[in-house]
Design a binder for this molecule. Structure first.
Ligand code: ADP
Length: 365
């Protein structure tokens, strides 16, 4: 019997609550005690019952559909330092926790992996300092970690979708549908900026789902001249065929081939100066994260939460930490380290302007 804690960390995403609910209930169902660590790694470092709370079956009632994360999330600089992780180790042992399921993005999962790698040294240090008893040391010699990916950006390697990305995509599509009416009525052009950090998935998929005239994403950078010429030609062509509205979707991470950011303002200027379009910018911002989780996010969060508990219970000290992925519609365990490393290599390759490598890394997953 292991005591299992769940934490949400990094940016919030719809479906994180469903993941917490699934972990808590699956753990209880399997005869374990379930805990929530509040405010991400911040709560782990601070410890105590306020931050590390036992969760009963009823405590997660209503979590399935709710957006955001009810157990809180935060960025925690202290956990990036060894001293912060030592405090985290002590708080876990004091609460009697053996297994930790982290639902977050690549930063959070990097932290989780590091924590498990360091664990034997951290716990030995606590024993030496007599902060924990011999019995506590013996019981908690190993930490069992499992990752779940909660992120609206869909930016994690080895999983087809992250928990939250389809809710955000749905929100973007609805917002663009609302804009459509005005665009059509006034023959306007709208430049819609969407989230996604270094990943263009949200922009690309929203562009397809709303039949945008042009999409700018970080994965397909062009020179300033090229994208401007191409966009102008396409929009001119659509307008000449009688289309009254123009929608251009820009990912927040859109860049030129020289890694210069392309802003919604840059796009607007081209539409105004080269085409004379009456152009407005709509930055969707945090609306994209809000609202309830769509059915798909509720479903994968639930199936993955159940699988995460199973994985934690099956882990041995020698097995690598898993990440619970969805791969061709199947819930699968993948090596957590590999997923984080490929994700970081893609970002690094883009930073080095090696776009071919970035694309082949993405394709190879
Ligand atoms: P995300 O998980 O969405 O990528 P962040 O990158 O902000 O978000 O990471 C969330 C938290 O995870 C950080 O505030 C920090 O506490 C922890 N974290 C991130 N990177 C590391 C790291 N390299 N080592 C230890 N902890 C980390």
């Amino acid at each position: 019997r292991r005591n299992i804690a769940v934490m949400t960390s990094g940016g919030d995403a719809p479906g994180m609550n469903a993941a917490v609910r699934a972990v808590v209930r699956a753990a209880i169902f399997r005869g374990c005690k379930a805990f929530a660590i509040r405010e991400g790694y911040e709560g782990l470092v601070r410890g105590g019952e306020k931050y590390i709370t036992e969760m009963k079956w009823q405590d997660v009632r209503g979590f399935l559909s709710e957006g955001g994360t009810n157990i809180g999330t935060a960025r925690c600089m202290e956990f990036k330092e060894r001293s912060g992780r030592l405090k985290g180790c002590l708080n876990m042992v004091k609460a009697g926790i053996d297994g930790l399921i982290v639902c977050g993005g690549d930063g959070s999962l990097t932290g989780a992996d590091l924590f498990r790698k360091e664990w034997p040294l951290l716990i030995a240090e606590l024993k030496e300092q007599k902060q924990i008893s011999h019995e506590q040391y013996e019981r908690h010699k190993n930490l069992y970690i499992c990752g779940m990916v909660g992120s609206i950006d869909n930016d994690m390697a080895t999983t087809d979708s992250t928990i939250g990305c389809y809710s955000a995509l749905d929100r973007i599509c609805r917002a663009v549908d609302y804009i459509d009416a005005t665009a059509n009525s006034h023959s306007r052009a709208f430049v819609v900026e969407v989230m996604g950090r270094h990943c263009g998935w949200l922009a690309l998929m929203a562009g397809i789902a709303t039949s945008a005239d042009y999409i700018l994403i970080p994965e397909k950078p062009a020179s300033s001249q090229d994208w401007q010429d191409q966009m102008t030609k396409i929009v001119k062509n659509h307008r000449s065929k009688g289309k009254r509205k123009t929608i251009v979707i820009v990912a927040e991470g859109a860049i030129t081939i020289d890694l210069k950011p392309i802003s919604a303002e840059d796009v607007k200027n081209v539409l105004v100066e080269r085409l004379g379009c009456d152009t407005r910018i709509t930055t969707l911002g945090h609306v994209q994260r809000g609202g309830t989780a769509v059915a798909f996010d509720r479903t994968i969060a639930t199936l993955q939460g159940v699988e995460a508990v199973k994985a934690v219970l099956e882990l041995t000290p020698d097995t690598p930490s898993p990440l619970i992925a969805i791969d061709e519609n199947k819930i699968r365990r993948k090596p957590l380290v590999e997923a984080v490393e490929i994700t970081k290599s893609v970002a690094a390759a883009i930073g080095e302007k090696d776009f071919e490598k970035a694309m082949s890394l993405r394709d190879s997953e």
